[in-house]
Design a protein around this ligand. Sequence first.
Ligand code: SAM
Length: 335
Amino acid sequence: MANPNARLSLALKACSSNVPENGAMIINANEATDYSRLGEAVCIQWFKPTCDRLIEKGLTTTQDFTSTANFALVEITRSKPQSLGLIAKAFDSIIENSILMVDGKKTDGIESHLKILRNLFDIDGVISKSHGKIFWFKKTQRPKILNQWLQGLEPATVDQGYKTRAGIFSANHIDKASALLLENLPNHLSGKGADLGAGWGYLSNELLKNNDKIKSICLVEADWNALNCAKLNINDSRAKFEWADATHHKDNGYDFIVMNPPFHQSRKAEPDIGKSFIQRASELLSPKGQLWMVANRQLAYETTLDTYFTAVNSITETPQFKVINASRPKKRIFK
Ligand SMILES: C[S@@+](CC[C@H](N)C(=O)[O-])C[C@H]1O[C@@H](n2cnc3c(N)ncnc32)[C@H](O)[C@@H]1O
């Protein structure tokens, strides 16, 4: 199995005299890597479950670049514009002559980042290990292109005027599965609702725009950047925003829940996340509450749906997706 620790510890050893004992910043820190050599580092992380696990490990986390550091490690993301923007932010956040390290997997495009950065900076070292690369350079002159990279982190306008950001789910367009779910939702949804894994707010906004009988929708989303886009996209006091792991969401008594649950956190399909969303939805709904969900057709959620709901109906199927309505939840934590 790929071991990011091996890569980082070799790199830290190779430039040990330039690695401070404290005062480092780790951007997109993950729970699998041991950062203890970096002392009391600040970890920037936007995904709530990862953040929670970093905190459990005793690390300090934040979502913004608010402080100055004397060393930065950028763990690249799967989005090139987001990674370049983060490298630019890290560059601007460290003091002159500090080290900026960039680490990542080949499958996330680390080689192309190295190629781009080699043309701009004197790279002091590169280590290839565990299906990835780590490289570093000193902050000296600031290339102008960094301004363009920073711009890539700003909200951009996509379909129907919606705002999104690089790196979030469906950053370039309205997701087809969510559009299909919306088309198949009844127009009589009313009362208290939740949108689990709400992304940048498409489903909730469209529901609120077209339905006066909805009293509230709680948008529960784990990605801080996506939730902040949802706040830009929804101008309706009935919307509530919660940065949380939906499988731990505690408010309940919902009349309806809509969701297009996540089906992977890495590259491979992980249906267990969707199954946990289904279980949580059954716990959060009121006795007469209804779940409306869309999923990739090949994901086998039917057994889980039958475990947690008495009535499960297929509303429509396309070659790619299926829309399901489930009611009469079996396992509730409704007060
Ligand atoms: C398939 S996307 C759907 C997004 C949105 N509903 C839409 O229609 O565009 C799933 C969303 O769930 C979010 N997510 C992943 N894991 C989560 C978790 N544990 N709790 C809450 N949200 C999560 C992802 O960040 C992503 O925005």
